[in-house]
Write a protein that binds this ligand. Structure first.
Ligand SMILES: Nc1nc2c(c(=O)[nH]1)N[C@H]1C(S)=C(S)[C@@H](COP(=O)(O)O)O[C@H]1N2
Ligand SMILES: [Mo]
Length: 211
């Protein structure tokens, strides 16, 4: 299945489900002090080296069930078509805030890797600091699913996941993975962590189960 087919499938599913884009807000609604939650500066040696270098050496490998595995620099990512959206972030631990995010749609990143193969079912994103999360193809191809490098018109701040975090707007906070390290396209979540689909579900945080 090429990207065009995935896109067609996603469009059909959006129409059939009566689903639309998640609500986007007016700039006047942007929260003044967007929280920094949980991990704020991963201690990994490699992350710290990249941070000190202003992320000039940051590379995003895109591998697994893609036709042409690639690795993108931050500059490469910024050259892809971009999307800006003002959305609410809802943390399952009881707070919400609104911000403007700018980034490359995840679909564009997969397209840069030649599209996905027919057995592709999930995208797994690994993060510096040890988190990972899995996303199904519906979320992956959703137009508001972006790898965000900008927040409120500036570079994504350290505490909010620099240099790149995911925004997957139909989901609550924990799925908005920060400090993105790599992308793998897979047919099954087996073999990742405890195989349940993400760091949060692996540790039975049922209170994290939202959206
Ligand atoms: N890598 C990583 N991603 C993460 C987290 C984290 O601790 N590490 N916390 C999650 C949770 S629970 C929330 S609510 C948001 C918080 O994003 P913020 O720090 O930009 O507010 O990031 C999510 N993504
Ligand atoms: Mo959260």
């Amino acid at each position: 299945m090429g990207v065009a087919d995935v896109l067609t499938m996603a469009t059909q599913r959006l129409l059939l489900s009566g689903g639309q884009l998640v609500q986007e807000h007016d700039p006047s609604e942007i929260t003044k002090n967007f929280p920094v939650w949980n991990q704020s500066n991963p201690e990994d040696e490699e992350y710290q080296r990249l941070r000190r270098g202003g992320y000039a050496d940051w590379q995003l490998p895109v591998s697994g069930l893609v036709n042409r595995p690639i690795s993108l620099s931050l500059a490469d990512l910024k050259r892809l078509p971009q999307r800006t959206q003002i959305t609410s972030h809802i943390c399952e631990q009881g707070w919400s805030a609104i911000a403007q995010w700018t980034g490359a749609p995840l679909l564009q990143v997969l397209e840069a890797a030649g599209g996905v193969t027919p057995d592709a079912r999930y995208v797994v994103i690994d993060a510096y600091g040890g988190f990972y999360e899995g996303y199904d193809m519906f979320d992956v191809v959703h137009p508001q699913t972006i790898l965000a490098y900008g927040m409120n018109g500036k570079d994504l701040p350290l505490g909010n996941g620099a240099p790149v975090r995911l925004r997957v707007e139909r989901h609550c906070g924990y799925k908005q993975i920060k400090f993105v390290k790599s992308i793998q396209v897979v047919s099954s979540m087996e073999g990742f962590g405890r195989g349940t689909g993400g760091t949060n579900s692996d540790f039975n945080f049922h209170w994290y189960a939202g959206a």
